[in-house]
Design a protein around this ligand. Structure first.
Ligand code: ATR
Length: 300
């Protein structure tokens, strides 16, 4: 009989609050980091029913958790459960990482950082002076739009099925103060598949899908109309990583575009969250090796 010595009284406790959490791959990433860095810690998925977020967060605080990640559908609601919110998380309107320190809860957002780091690593391109279109107007679109504005994009088109949500995000981006390097009224909203949306898509440098359209099991769906022609100089990014090549990316690739899926974003937001919660730095070489293994595990 083999004794499992991994957990003891000094194990650092971390986890992921969300609903559903059955398919999360974050425990693989975080527990591999604990292991590789020789830190006595564990990361567990915590499925929290609707209406129980505050109780769950207070329970983790009372139980001595070091921190936790937050995923759908709680990234916005958790703002009301923390004592302090980073400037960036406040601007982005969402928290995906909470650090607990001496009984106080600090909220951060590492999704947008992870996206920028992955995008740059995988395309060699940043957002400065770029014309960008975002498909979708949910929580992910909101965070990415503000971050892309802060990175110095020239224009951001928010294209969504439901107009009011696109208008709200565009207004939010246009409120990003000019002293953050933004140029003022740079965001515009459009309804999916309209002439205006197609014009914005034709003219932009980078197209980013933040909707769930094309995600497993609906792999034959595409957030752009059948027959949309991409320009080969456009970069097309899909936050979806299952499947690794969505219909959108396959169509873009067939038009000669550089395409990237969301696996890198998932990886780097996790690295950053781990660093914040554990007050540590993951060495570049370790993250490069782990990234290879993690993407292999995801089938990327
Ligand atoms: P997340 O937090 O991951 O961004 P979300 O807030 O639920 O998730 O947002 C999902 C986005 O995908 C929304 O913009 C949604 O469009 P609506 O605002 O019109 O609801 C978009 N979306 C989801 N399913 C869609 C579909 N079948 N067709 C078009 N857009 C869809």
């Amino acid at each position: 009989m083999h004794l499992d010595m991994r957990i003891n009284g000094t194990t650092k406790l971390t986890g992921l609050i969300g609903n559903p959490v059955e398919h999360t791959v974050s425990p693989v990433l975080h527990n591999s980091l604990f292991n590789a860095l020789g830190i006595n810690g564990i990361y567990v998925p915590l499925k929290v029913p609707s209406g129980c977020l505050k109780d769950a967060v207070m329970g983790l605080k009372a139980s001595g958790f070091a921190g936790f990640n937050v995923t759908i559908p709680y990234k916005e609601e958790v703002l009301d459960c923390v004592d302090e919110v980073s400037i960036e998380a406040k601007l982005l309107g969402a928290v995906n990482t909470v650090k607990i320190d001496e009984g106080r809860l600090y909220g951060f957002n590492t999704d947008a950082d992870g996206f920028i780091r992955a995008f740059y690593k995988q395309t060699g391109t940043g957002f400065e002076k770029k014309h960008v279109c975002l498909l979708g107007a949910g929580g992910t679109a909101k965070a990415l739009a503000v971050k892309i504005a802060l990175e110095g994009a020239k224009s951001i088109g928010i294209i969504n099925r439901t107009e009011i949500k696109a208008i709200e995000i565009a207004a939010n981006v246009n409120r990003v103060p000019a002293d953050n390097g933004c140029t003022g009224k740079m965001a515009l909203a459009a309804v999916s598949d309209t002439v205006e949306a197609v014009r914005m898509l034709n003219e932009c440098d980078i197209i980013i899908n933040t909707t769930s359209v094309g995600m497993h099991p609906n792999i034959d769906s595409c957030p752009l109309q059948q027959g949309f022609i991409f320009r080969s100089k456009q970069i097309v990014y899909d936050v979806i990583y299952n499947p690794i090549q969505t219909k959108l990316l396959a169509n873009a690739s067939a038009n000669g575009c550089k395409t990237v899926n969301g696996a890198g974003m998932l990886f780097y937001q996790g690295i950053k969250a781990f660093e914040i919660i554990l007050d540590t730095v993951v060495p570049e070489e370790l993250s490069a090796n782990l990234s290879t293994e993690f993407l292999k595990y995801l089938g990327v």
